[in-house]
Write a protein that binds this ligand. Structure first.
Ligand code: IPE
Ligand code: IPE
Ligand code: MG
Ligand code: MG
Ligand code: MG
Length: 294
């Protein structure tokens, strides 16, 4: 395996150059398109599409997964635009830029989110129609629809809002984090495998890996909200404490939260055993996501 940072860079630039092409094909000109592209092209680590491509790569050529991976980034970006709305987290900085609703107004921010979600399903359907293995893409779409939906990310976001301003225990905290963050991270991996025709056993293993790295991802996000700097994060830290969000940092403190994340990173790596050295990239990725500083 090449150095993980190089792999991330190369998949990130593949996604960054394909996203605008896909948007151009689907959107007519105007403010709606501008607002969608504003958030989509503002930067972002592209971790979900990168995970999708890394997973697909274990089962052969990952290039045919690129459009599907871009669709996942569209869903993620929509979730960020809506997450930042005044009615949700009320944030004004995202990916180092003023949030969508600050620039385009709330109505367009809502519509840009709706639009990106629809674009994502259009892209995924076109993949399924074009492919000789349509059923694989349909299975992958089923995974993504579930993870993004009302038992997945949307349920997590609802829980995040419901329990704001209260003090809950680990069950509620894990309920929220598994859904708002781990669900889409897991689906990125399992859909990437499904569209390459992976077996149920392989998908189960990636589910276990994804749940762990997904939780780690949100634990580190919670820690960085307390310890990170605006310049690096591209968003305003300190918000979670202010809003009394359910976070690992709040329930356990920074040090113990980091220890939990480290333990879960080990569990993630253990889950990859059945893949042998094919999964070395994902093993390095788990460590990378634990160490991230933004
Ligand atoms: C932020 O996601 C929202 C969380 C689930 C923590 P990212 O940290 O992946 O944000 P971008 O895509 O890099 O901006
Ligand atoms: C957001 O979690 C999760 C989703 C957008 C689904 P946060 O509210 O913690 O994310 P940030 O910190 O604003 O990026
Ligand atoms: Mg939020
Ligand atoms: Mg937020
Ligand atoms: Mg956060």
């Amino acid at each position: 395996v090449t150095d993980i940072a190089d792999k991330i860079k190369s998949y990130c630039s593949a996604v960054n150059s394909r996203l605008p092409e896909l948007m151009d094909k689907m959107c007519g000109p105007g403010i709606l398109k501008d607002s969608m592209n504003y958030s989509l092209n503002a930067g972002g680590k592209r971790m979900r599409p990168i995970l999708c491509l890394m997973s697909a790569e274990m089962f052969g050529d990952e290039k045919e997964a690129l459009d599907f991976a871009c669709a996942i980034e569209m869903i993620h970006t929509y979730s960020l635009i809506h997450d930042d709305l005044p009615a949700m987290d009320n944030d004004y900085l995202r990916r180092g830029k003023p949030t969508n609703h600050v620039v385009f107004g709330e109505a367009y921010a809502i519509l840009a989110g709706d639009g990106l979600l629809n674009c994502a399903f259009e892209v995924m359907l076109k993949c399924a129609i074009k492919s000789a293995k349509s059923i694989n893409y349909i299975s992958a779409m089923d995974i993504v629809a579930g993870a993004a939906g009302v038992k997945g990310m949307i349920a997590g976001q609802a829980g995040d809002i419901q329990f704001e301003g209260s003090q809950q225990g680990i069950e509620v905290l894990e309920y929220i984090h598994e859904r708002k963050t781990a669900a889409m991270i897991t689906a990125s991996l399992t859909s990437g495998a499904a569209l390459k025709g992976a077996s149920q056993g392989e998908i189960n293993a990636l589910n276990n890996y994804g749940r762990c790295v997904g939780l780690v991802f949100q634990i580190i996000d919670d820690i960085l909200d307390e310890t990170g700097e605006t310049d690096k994060l591209g968003k305003t830290p300190g918000k979670d404490k202010n809003d009394e969000k359910q976070t690992f940092a709040r329930l356990y403190g920074i040090e113990k939260s980091r220890a939990i994340a480290e333990q879960k990173t080990k569990e993630a790596v253990d889950a990859l055993e059945i893949f042998g050295e094919k999964a070395d990239g994902l093993r390095k990725m788990a460590a990378y996501l634990f160490r991230r500083k933004y």
